[in-house]
Unconditional design. Structure first.
Length: 115
């Protein structure tokens, strides 16, 4: 599961990087709003996945199962052999960490976006 999560995060980051590189190579003075929006969404996804990758392993697994795979806390608790309260605590802590990371690194995101 750990390798799967890491590879998935790398794939999203790589796609975002390719989209950014493509956008920089595009020499047209008028940029399509749809391309700009696509690149912005990819950069945001990459920022979130970098934040998730830095979480402790247990929080990372719980967060990904909930936010990206759509499992409810009760389902995660059963699958991982944890109490539902532990799962909820992991979700709360992981969400706070991801939000904090994104806020701290938003300046970098905006810099990349406008380059």
């Amino acid at each position: 599961m750990k390798v799967l999560i890491r590879n998935h995060a790398y794939n999203i980051i790589a796609k975002a990087a390719r989209a950014t590189a493509y956008q920089k190579q595009n020499t047209h003075p008028v940029e399509s709003p749809s391309i700009s929006k696509y690149v912005e969404q990819k950069e945001q996804s990459a920022l979130i996945f970098r934040a998730v990758y830095k979480l402790p392993e247990q929080q990372k697994r719980v967060y990904l199962l909930n936010k990206f795979d759509g499992f409810r806390p009760a389902e995660i608790a059963e699958a991982m052999g944890l109490s539902i309260h532990t799962v909820k605590n992991h979700l709360k802590a992981a969400s706070a960490s991801v939000l904090s990371y994104c806020q701290r690194n938003m300046e970098l995101f905006l810099l990349i976006l406008f380059l």
